[in-house]
Design a protein around this ligand. Structure first.
Ligand SMILES: [Zn+2]
Ligand SMILES: [Zn+2]
Length: 268
């Protein structure tokens, strides 16, 4: 609500005082809240979560206009193809995910790249919060979460978790969960360490993650019959997500989608 509308709301509240009795106090507190929401950014401008510069930067630009991407693998659609379509590849193959939502590109020079690099390799676990909140918003706007939707982070191997000191996919899942008001749970684990997907050629990626994931024995019943959204930081070839989806479907998950911060472009 804008400042003008806030003022209008106050005037309306004031004239309604005699008639509506106790509503008056609610209207005035609404008005004070509106006024302070308007003033706070003037007095204390929001700082960029990544670089600390005042004012919106990077991430906020992306939130404004999502590019048209394939609903099933999030690859960029050729010009002229309507938003909400599948790409030519997904029409013929069955990638194992019902939908993939991403915030943007992981290509060279893409505005998201420094955010994801800092989260993954720069010791900035705090960035999971704004990125996850954006993903949550994207899910509410373009996804179809239902009453039984569960968010499941793509698991990190124990050793890599130790090395990094935090699990960025789990932090993202928690942030999405807060924003979209959905439960999350680490129901998968990595049986063995795999090479970083980015360092392999595409043929190597599928075999690299084949059978690398397993369902926690005591949490299997949590997912049966539910809808699951896998949460991860980067979509490289899709092989990791597909391997996770396979395990989940075997455990009786009704529908598997994915929420990923950034996607490596196919021909980049
Ligand atoms: Zn910035
Ligand atoms: Zn596709």
């Amino acid at each position: 609500m804008g400042l003008l509308q806030g003022a209008f709301f106050c005037a309306w509240g004031a004239t309604g005082w005699g008639v509506r009795g106790s509503k008056w106090s609610m209207d005035i507190s609404d008005w004070i809240e509106n006024i302070s929401n308007e003033l706070v950014p003037w007095v204390y401008p929001a700082l960029c979560d990544l670089c600390g510069a005042p004012g919106p930067c990077g991430l906020h630009v992306l939130q404004a206009c999502p590019e048209p991407r394939c609903v099933r693998c999030a690859s960029l659609l050729p010009e002229g193809v309507a938003a909400g379509s599948s790409c030519a590849d997904c029409v013929v193959r069955s990638p194992g995910l019902t939908s993939v939502l991403v915030l943007g590109s992981y290509g060279e020079g893409a505005p998201l790249k420094p955010w994801v690099m800092a989260l993954k390799h720069g010791g900035r676990p705090d960035l999971a919060q704004p990125l996850g909140a954006c993903l949550g918003e994207r899910l509410l706007e373009f996804g179809t979460p239902s009453a039984d939707t569960l968010l499941v982070p793509v698991p990190l191997h124990f050793w890599r978790r130790m090395q990094r000191g935090y699990d960025q996919a789990a932090l993202l899942a928690r942030a999405v969960s807060r924003r979209a008001d959905l439960p999350w749970g680490s129901v998968l684990y990595r049986r063995r360490a795999t090479w970083a997907q980015g360092s392999l050629l595409s043929q190597g990626r599928a075999s690299n993650v084949q059978d690398a994931f397993e369902l926690h024995p005591d949490r299997g019943t949590l997912v049966r019959g539910r809808e699951v959204y896998l949460v991860d930081d980067v979509y490289t070839s899709g092989a990791t997500l597909w391997a996770c989806a396979k395990v989940l479907r075997r455990a009786g998950v009704r529908r598997v989608g994915a929420l990923v911060v950034a996607r490596a472009e196919r021909f980049a």
